[in-house]
Write a protein that binds this ligand. Structure first.
Ligand SMILES: Cc1cc2nc3c(=O)[nH]c(=O)nc-3n(C[C@H](O)[C@H](O)[C@H](O)COP(=O)(O)OP(=O)(O)OC[C@H]3O[C@@H](n4cnc5c(N)ncnc54)[C@H](O)[C@@H]3O)c2cc1C
Length: 410
């Protein structure tokens, strides 16, 4: 029997395609578009609804692209250098080169797909984030959700892309070290199926849900690592995980909400302070250090007994030298969705310190790939957060969304 082009063998649905994309976040969506553009028949699968599943829809606005609009001295070589240095020289430099070389072109693609960026006089607004030599982060309007809506709109234009939502890929099938298909579970109907394909692109995000405090969604349990590993793919740097410094630990109803610290404690913007449980500042004056160094300092305070009651640190904007109006303007223009979300929960970070702590945020290790996203299994590719060794031992803010677009398209 045939249903909508698919074959039914008893209760088992069988789908034939050229390329199966596992995951429909930023990387999976971009990979599906590229494969379709090249004339392939594509199936894109997701555990939930596209635009509502995975980390990308929750992301903030920061995307690193060395356009040089804020400072003409910036370019892809400096982007490469910053990424390698801040990754503590542990990244695969061929992958970093690909990231830095393609970052700008992929922003232009996103614009074509309808994604909006903050602009001034026709130029991209570019913000400086710790670790960047020059301001490099372009600002996606409505953050990761804004990016996903543009990608979804583009996917809808292709008749050769079939979406399988609410679908869990359960196993990658190989023959003689070559991909031949995958099995899946239809989560709504509770029925199994089989996808016959020539290539699979794994784009399943990270595994942060294994940690008690994380700002990621429930889907981030690392399915892709297990799928690829069981199919014989090599994994790399699995011990490396990036924590985000400023995630709410208390009050309980706001636990897990990320507060972009770059805006809150950078003296150029809000200029708030991080203080320990004894209400003492512990960072040197000036711009905050990059994430891994900052986090180590925060953990030192917490582990040496100077943390807050809920094993955190206070983010204190009341110590900012700026007026409430200036602070509000920065919060509204740079992190408005988080600011408003907290206000809706009855928390006004302008008026009182809030307890925050580092939380599991981004999986640095993952499936080992080369510059084309290829693994050691023929026909098996990986892209986005589930691919390892792009960022090294520490990721600069904004480089993950860039990674989804660069490696999704490769
Ligand atoms: C709160 C937050 C804010 C962030 N802000 C930024 C930022 O401003 N800038 C930046 O660069 N980075 C940011 N990051 C990191 C960045 O958002 C992620 O690294 C990136 O979006 C990951 O995209 P992805 O496509 O690789 O994976 P995801 O977006 O997580 O997508 C994974 C997809 O795989 C699917 N999936 C998983 N397992 C299976 C399976 N077995 N079968 C079928 N489908 C499956 C999921 O359903 C989902 O569709 C942020 C992260 C967080 C948590």
């Amino acid at each position: 029997m045939v249903i909508g082009g698919d074959i039914m063998e008893g209760d088992i649905r069988i789908i034939e395609t050229d390329v199966l994309v596992v995951g429909a976040g930023g990387a999976g969506a971009r990979a599906a578009i590229e494969a379709a553009l090249n004339g392939c028949k594509v199936v894109i699968s997701s555990k939930g609804h596209i635009t509502k599943s995975g980390i990308t829809p929750l992301a903030e606005w920061s995307y690193e692209a060395p356009l040089g609009h804020a400072d003409p001295r910036d370019n892809s070589e400096i982007h490469f250098k910053d990424t390698v240095i801040e990754g503590r020289f542990l990244s695969d430099q061929n992958l970093v080169e690909a990231l830095a070389n393609d970052a700008v072109e992929r922003v232009k693609d996103l614009e074509k797909f309808g994604v909006k960026f903050k602009k001034s006089n026709d130029k991209f607004v570019q913000t400086k984030i710790p670790g960047q030599t020059y301001p490099r982060s372009v600002m996606i309007v409505n953050g990761g959700m804004g990016m996903m809506l543009g990608l979804k709109k583009e996917i809808n234009r292709y008749e050769n892309i079939q979406s399988l939502e609410d679908t869990l890929i359960t196993k990658i099938l190989t023959k003689n070290n070559k991909v031949v298909g995958a099995t899946f579970l239809d989560l709504k109907k509770g029925k199994f199926g089989y996808i016959k394909c020539k290539a699979i692109i794994v784009a399943t995000g990270g595994y942060e849900q294994l940690w008690p405090v994380t700002d990621t969604p429930p889907e981030s349990v690392g399915d892709g690592f297990a799928l690829a590993y069981r199919a014989g793919a090599e994994l790399v740097d699995m011990e490396l995980l990036l924590f985000y410094p400023v995630v709410v630990v208390y009050p309980e109803h706001a636990r897990g909400i990320i507060i972009p610290y770059e805006c809150c404690i950078e003296p150029e913007y809000v200029g708030g302070k991080l203080v320990n449980g004894k209400k003492k500042e512990f960072l040197p004056e000036g711009s905050p250090p990059v994430r891994d160094i900052l986090i180590r300092k925060m953990f030192d305070e917490i582990n040496e007994g100077r943390g807050t009651k809920h094993k955190g640190i206070y983010l204190d904007l009341t110590r900012s030298p700026k007026s409430e109006e200036e602070i509000t303007n920065y919060l509204e223009s740079m992190i408005s969705s988080t600011f408003r979300h907290l206000l809706e929960l009855g928390i006004d970070i302008r008026k009182e310190p809030i307890e925050i702590a580092p939380a599991a945020h981004y999986t640095l290790g993952g499936i080992k790939i080369n510059e084309e996203g290829k693994t050691n299994i023929l026909g098996l590719y990986a892209a986005g957060e589930c691919a390892g060794n792009v960022q090294g031992a520490n990721r600069l803010s904004g480089n993950a969304l860039t990674e989804t677009q660069v490696f999704g398209a490769r």
